[in-house]
Design a protein around this ligand. Structure first.
Ligand code: SF4
Length: 473
């Protein structure tokens, strides 16, 4: 495990305020998810259908991309394909700076986009002289602090309200307060001016619908609608795997995503964008660009980690993970100390998968393999299996078949031996099962640490980690 990662783990566990913030988030999110799924009696069946839809898309990604791109173009949106982060930044810079050499500095209003984190969007555009303002409240807070998001859904998950109160006092000049309506109204006032004056709006894309060329954006604060309709130019950044074949498939995903992400039956705003502003329309961007980002996804598609591309970025596996709940997202760092764009269980697979096993492969060690992430996943990704593959370094192109057939052989010997697992030996499988039971119980876990004579605690003394409700429970 890298030295930088070890140091971050120690810092996180010793940080009392972080532990309180993470505990509060995990309990609220996990309970919210369970309550939201209680209103969906056929969720098990939906989950399997969602898995099948994502598996079909990833297996036939080229065909679906061709269909999607043809429709998007037909709808009047300009499509760009970027093979990596540098190419994506180059395309964006040309769009933003199309008015001259050198381009005039632009004001860019941005809504939440994990792809933008992956390609280091803010840093690159600011280095070119533009001003980028995050408009999702959590993202705005971490931007004011000069930080990266600490969670893929709740970027400011590591903060408590007193820290936000101090931040707004210092950066926005208001009297110190912990009153949430006052804090949000302050941010709203600042951001409204940004929406009204921005030259360019940048958003992510939750799903692209192949049959219609629709861009679906899911938000809770309305900032997504503002950045896609107020500025004259809109740039949508989309991971090339985020396609669903039909609008019915989109409806299926929308029944699972908000429930898993925030415990809502539906997010407050679900936008379906089809085209730039038409002649008879009074608002909307006059120019829309879609940038389809590969940045390692093609490689991942042909690797033993292909299933990681089924992910719909709901963040439920982070909230369920006993390790993430102790560390938070900022502890997931590369060997050079840089923060991984994607933390937690799925991040420990896609960060090395997309950005390099050498840089981020050690993140997969930060898992108890207890299976809570798999239970929580709305598209039933076998995260523990993928984590063991990253640990084994078994992710390169051409290794997919090898890994799968190895696991099939192991599965068949296990069935003969009456065992279960993910392609491990019978002894390892039993060991992991025992560990899984222990890891699910803080008391047993603490006792096991004592019995094992582990001097330093793995679970923070400040943590209130007491239970992990299961998605299947
Ligand atoms: S792996 Fe599953 S639970 Fe985790 S973010 Fe992706 S869809 Fe959500």
């Amino acid at each position: 495990m890298s030295t930088a990662f070890r140091a971050k783990i120690r810092q996180s566990i010793a940080n009392e305020s972080l532990q309180a913030a993470l505990d509060a988030n995990a309990q609220r999110r996990v309970q919210g998810r369970i309550a939201a799924f209680a209103s969906l009696p056929d969720w098990r069946e939906r989950r399997q259908r969602a898995h099948a839809v994502r598996a079909d898309v990833i297996s036939h990604l080229d065909e679906y991309l061709d269909q999607f791109i043809a429709k998007v173009l037909e709808n009047g949106i300009t499509v760009h394909r970027a093979k990596d982060a540098a190419e994506a930044i180059n395309i964006i810079s040309k769009i933003v700076g199309a008015d001259g050499h050198p381009p005039l500095p632009k004001l860019i209003a941005k809504s939440k986009s994990m792809v933008s984190e992956e390609i280091n969007f803010n840093h690159a555009l600011e280095a070119a002289g533009h001003r980028v303002v995050e408009t999702d409240l959590g993202e705005y807070i971490v931007q004011l602090r000069g930080e990266k998001p600490a969670h893929i859904i709740t970027p400011a998950v590591h903060l408590r309200r007193r820290e936000v109160g101090k931040l707004f006092q210092e950066k926005l000049g208001i009297p110190y307060t912990e009153d949430i309506p006052t804090l949000t109204n302050t941010a709203r006032k600042v951001l409204r001016e940004i929406f009204l004056t921005a030259d360019v709006g940048v958003s992510g894309v939750n799903f692209g619908v192949a049959e219609t060329g629709t861009l679906c954006i899911v938000t809770n604060e309305g900032n997504g609608r503002m950045v896609t309709t107020m500025p004259p130019i809109h740039i949508a950044l989309m991971g090339m795997e985020r396609i669903v074949p039909t609008l019915d498939d989109l409806a299926l995903m929308l029944s699972l995503l908000p429930r898993s992400a925030t415990g809502q039956k539906l997010s407050v705003y679900t936008q379906l964008i089809h085209s730039p502003r038409r002649a008879d329309e009074v608002d909307g961007a006059r120019e829309r660009h879609l940038i389809l980002v590969d940045n390692g996804r093609s490689r991942l598609q042909h690797s033993a980690l292909q299933e990681a591309l089924y992910c719909i970025r709901c963040g439920a596996c982070l909230n369920a993970c006993p390790v993430f709940r102790e560390l938070g997202g900022h502890a997931y760092v590369g060997d050079d100390g840089s923060i991984a764009p994607y933390p937690g269980p799925i991040g420990s697979i896609v960060s090395p998968g997309l950005l390099g096993l050498d840089r981020f492969g050690h993140l997969a060690q930060a898992s108890s393999l207890c299976g809570a992430c798999k239970d929580a996943c709305p598209v039933d990704i076998d995260l523990p299996k993928l984590l063991t593959r990253v640990r084994a370094g078994n992710i390169s192109e051409g290794r997919k078949q090898e890994a799968v057939s190895g696991e099939q052989k192991a599965e068949s010997s296990k069935q003969k031996a009456g065992g279960s697992g993910v392609g491990l030996s019978l002894t390892s499988g039993i060991g992991l099962k025992v560990y899984g039971v222990i890891a699910l119980s803080p008391r047993l876990f603490a006792l096991s640490q004592k019995l094992a004579g582990i001097g330093s605690r793995i679970v923070s003394p400040f943590s209130q980690w007491m239970w992990i409700p299961s998605f299947t429970g």
